[in-house]
Design a protein around this ligand. Structure first.
Ligand code: C5P
Length: 401
């Protein structure tokens, strides 16, 4: 496991030396990056000796860029950990600045990112720091600590960097590392819109959050990701090819044409089951007391992907308001995907348009419950489960890395 440790300038930098030692002892390869102020606290030579590799300090140093430039360093990493993460480095990362090696690496990294904040308790509690932390969390960064206790400045409170042993264990337990390395993953997300006339359409409450979180988790697991997205209010994720569609038939065309060249297909979109037979070219006038809409069944993308000759490992979703297991099992038998991830919708159980969700995942002869948690966390668990099931399937196009 390749761990890239970025050390920013705080007294806790001395604890990061111990972190390097522990990670190496457990068999990880460690490369270290230090900011200018980190070098005021601990000499680069300490990290060089402990990691067994030269320490990287400059963004625009010709020699270093030749040896291993910042993009290669970011590509090399299975995990990036910023420890200690000072208020300044947290602020820079959360705002996308790239004026030194650490912040540029953060922007370039596609692997899972962890930060272990360390600062004076008042700085930690400051609203702007908390906002920056929330922002990083919402971008998928995992925050370890900080712990509570005596601080170097003589105060007591939250702000101590977590202990190296705890950080080491969290990093080595990262579920996504390279699990989908070299594989191509196609994901559908969001709702579809089925037009009734030039201004009206039928849609559903899907926010697309689960599909986008899955795309992000697959990317972190090393996959090349294509996201076919219905209309959603979410920013396009970086390093993911996004194909925007509106109707179920556009989504069908976008997915069926691409599925054979992908290793995994995850159908997280809430595709309309029916669409209007005719789309009126002009706005329907308000006249009759009652009007009747005739709807026809849309083509089932999931079922058709599962029937392709070169089919990817196929994962469907089942959003249900009742009889969850029965309907999920029925979908597994009828549409024949390799896996069905079922969740409750409606009521207050998470699901549609929520930041939280829980899943009951079914496959032939097996099932697993993924408990209620944030969608980013849940997506990581589902990707990890898919990687596990996939590695047991004999007909893999490419071996897992
Ligand atoms: O049958 P139901 O619509 O509940 O099945 C949900 C699953 O099927 C989801 O994975 C969804 O993306 C997929 N689906 C599809 N094409 C449709 C309808 C649903 O791929 N037309």
């Amino acid at each position: 496991m390749n761990i890239l440790l970025a050390v920013s300038g705080g007294i806790a930098a001395y604890k990061s030396a111990e972190l390097v030692r522990l990670l190496r002892k457990r068999g990880a390869d460690v490369r270290v990056v230090m900011t200018r102020s980190a070098r005021e606290f601990v000499a680069p030579l300490t990290f060089q000796a402990l990691s067994g590799s030269p320490v990287h300090t400059e963004l625009l140093d010709a020699d270093e860029e030749n040896a291993m430039g910042h993009i290669n360093l970011a590509r090399w990493a299975d995990v990036l950990i910023i420890a200690p993460a000072t208020a300044n480095s947290i602020a820079k990362c959360s705002h996308g600045l790239a004026d030194d090696l650490l912040s540029t690496l953060y922007l370039a990294a596609t692997c899972p990112v962890y930060i272990a904040p360390a600062m004076n308790q008042a700085m930690w509690n400051k609203a702007v720091t908390q906002e920056n932390i929330q922002k990083l969390k919402s971008h998928g960064v995992t925050v370890i600590g900080p712990a509570q206790g005596d601080q170097a400045c003589g105060e007591t409170g939250f702000g101590r960097m977590s202990e190296p042993l705890e950080i080491c264990e969290r990093l080595l337990a990262e579920p996504l590392v390279r699990r989908l390395q070299g594989l191509k993953v196609l994901i559908s997300a969001g709702p579809t819109r089925e037009p009734l006339d030039s201004v009206r359409y039928i849609t559903n409450r899907s926010s697309g959050k689960m599909g986008y979180a899955l795309a992000d988790a697959a990317l972190k697991a090393g996959a090349q990701v294509t996201l076919v997205s219905g209309p959603v209010q979410l920013a396009a994720p970086v390093n993911i090819e996004v194909i925007r569609v509106e109707t179920a038939s556009q989504m069908y065309a976008a997915i069926i044409s691409r599925a054979p060249e992908h290793d995994i297909y995850i159908g997280a979109a809430a595709v309309a089951d029916y669409s209007p037979v005719v789309m009126q070219s002009e706005k329907i006038k308000k006249q009759a007391e009652q009007i009747t809409l005739t709807l026809q069944k849309t083509r089932d993308i999931l079922a058709e992907v599962a029937q392709l000759e070169h089919r990817p490992f196929t994962v469907g979703f089942a959003a249900e308001t009742h009889d969850l297991e029965r309907y999920a099992q029925d979908k597994l038998a009828r549409k024949k995907p390799d896996m069905i991830a079922a969740n409750w919708v409606g009521g207050d159980q998470g699901g549609f348009d929520s930041d939280q969700n829980a899943l009951q995942v079914f496959w032939k002869n097996g099932q697993k419950t993924l408990a209620m948690t944030g969608k980013n966390q849940l997506a990581a668990q589902l990707i990890s489960l898919i990687a596990e099931r996939l590695s047991e399937k004999p007909v893999l196009k490419k071996p897992l890395g």
